[in-house]
Design a protein around this ligand. Structure first.
Ligand code: NDP
Ligand code: MG
Length: 382
């Protein structure tokens, strides 16, 4: 079990739930980071007594340094601060719960420093799966999945103990989000408020919109390819409205293993920290007798084009997924501000994918350039 952790993005949905798990397991905290949520970070710092806290926003960090003046806790800021938190000495593992491509560089830095990664920030693997998995192999560090579907697969594969050839396919379950069953004409008119009302999970705004467009599931397909070294054709998506079966693995002999649980992120977070052990924790227990009837159906690829866009980006490889992700981040932010319609999200993403340069084995610089280019192009289109 991990003993001392740093959490990047501790004020977010995953970050806050991670601290609940850490408190329940009696683990210690080396560093906590956020973007500009100073008040909450101060509260967390006073409760968990880390060595370092970081706000990437310089203004907010100056303010926090004054407020924590009566404690020995060091306050840092900006990109350098985030990288320091990711590489802090004496920390076993770094939980990456920052949102978006901003999580990529600190994750690479943590791997280079030999830290195991409890990975929530899926955009890291979407943008730079080849680089990140190669770096982890080279350093002998583990990428432990926090995403519920990938944790389910990890559990079915007994923590990757079985050879990959035994897997016939993976079935990633998807709730379908708040707009499941709606057609294009209805989807054209949905509002950010409606999109933020996820039926089963309470998450940060960005991933909630990604769930509504199904881009989240497309990203998760790529995440699974990298985490489990599987080709795209072996990863399928199945709609499962109840979010009780968190994903399934079908083996060569036809056996299908699944992991079930209440929709509560604290369980996959905890398993990433305790693997291979299992201990009591704060997650809700599944009561099979009171849980709803479990249903499964195919995804609607026509009305939710983001799923196919992500698969296409995975097929293209290179910097295409990073370009797709960059455009998606811009489009989702503008949709949340009410400046774009729901269907403008796939429109901007498709344009980014079409314009993505062809780079066979991209370096980090190629990936960051593709990300920046796609963001600029998306903003221009608006
Ligand atoms: P939130 O938006 O709730 O939290 C994001 C965190 O990152 C906050 O601490 C925020 O700080 C910080 N942050 C935001 N922007 C930056 C930046 N540019 N640089 C550094 N830090 C930043 O997100 P979630 O917790 O929902 O998601 C986090 C990650 O986990 C995402 O990649 C998501 O896809 C993944 N994930 C989330 C799940 C969930 O249930 N929420 C499930 C599976 C995966 P501040 O508060 O100051 O803005
Ligand atoms: Mg998920």
């Amino acid at each position: 079990m991990k003993q001392r952790l740093s959490i990047l993005g501790s004020t977010g949905s995953i970050g806050r739930q991670s601290l609940e798990v850490i408190a329940a397991l009696g683990l210690s905290v080396g560093a906590l980071t956020a973007h500009r949520s100073g008040a909450l970070l101060e509260e967390q710092a006073r409760a968990f007594r880390p060595e370092l806290v970081v706000l990437t926003d310089e203004h907010a960090a100056r303010d926090l340094a004054v407020r924590l003046g009566d404690t020995p806790i060091r306050v840092a800021s900006g990109r350098e601060g985030l990288l320091e938190a990711a590489t802090l000495e004496g920390v076993d593992a770094v939980l990456t719960a920052v949102v978006g491509a901003a999580g990529l560089e600190p994750t690479l830095a943590a791997i280079a420093a030999g830290k195991d990664i409890a990975l929530a920030n899926k955009e890291t693997l979407v943008c730079a799966g080849a680089l990140v998995t190669a770096a982890a192999r080279e350093k002998g560090v583990r990428l432990l999945p926090v995403d519920s579907e990938h944790s389910a697969i990890f559990q079915c594969l007994q923590g990757c103990a079985r050879p990959r050839e035994e897997v016939r396919r993976i079935l990633l379950t998807a709730s379908g989000g708040p707009f499941y069953g709606m057609d294009r004409s209805a989807l054209e008119r949905v509002t950010p408020q409606e999109a933020l009302r996820h039926p089963n999970w309470s998450m940060g705004a960005k991933i909630t919109i990604d769930s509504a467009t199904m881009m989240n599931k497309g990203f998760e397909v790529m995440e699974a390819m990298w985490l489990y070294d599987l080709p795209l054709e072996k990863i399928e998506v199945v709609i499962h409205r109840e979010s009780v079966v968190h994903s399934l693995v079908e083996f060569q002999d036809g056996a299908v293993l699944a992991q079930l649980g209440a929709p509560d992120m604290r369980l996959p977070i905890q398993y990433a920290l305790t693997w291979p052990e299992r201990v009591p924790g704060p997650a809700a227990t599944l009561d099979l007798l009171s849980c709803p009837k479990l249903t499964f159906s195919p995804p609607d690829r026509e009305n939710f084009p983001c799923l196919e866009l992500a698969r296409e980006a995975a097929r293209q490889g290179g910097v295409a997924p990073a370009a797709l992700n960059g455009a998606n981040e811009v489009a989702v932010a503008l949709f949340l501000e009410g400046r774009l319609g729901f269907y403008d999200i796939p429109r901007l993403c498709a344009a980014a994918l079409a314009a993505a340069p062809k780079v066979a084995e991209p370096t980090l610089e190629d990936i960051l350039a593709a990300d920046a280019g796609a963001r600029a192009r998306a903003l221009e289109m608006v």
